[in-house]
Design a protein around this ligand. Sequence first.
Ligand SMILES: [Zn+2]
Length: 75
Amino acid sequence: MHLDHLRYRRYVDAFVDGELDGALRSRVSSHIAECPMCDREAEMTVHIKDSLARGTGFAARAADSLRRWFGTEGI
Ligand SMILES: [Zn+2]
């Protein structure tokens, strides 16, 4: 599970954006379904993108600190 996590966590953002196709998309989807960390990251990513789309300053700042937080987590 951890190896899968290291392999797939970088695709979570693209997955949320619908940028993945075919086999990779379904592998990332299954990983997110069984990985609490990626599930949480996907949920936050959806939430942040949604807030950013509405253009609120708070969301932009939150996205920034979350990026730093996720950047230092794991690996
Ligand atoms: Zn994961």
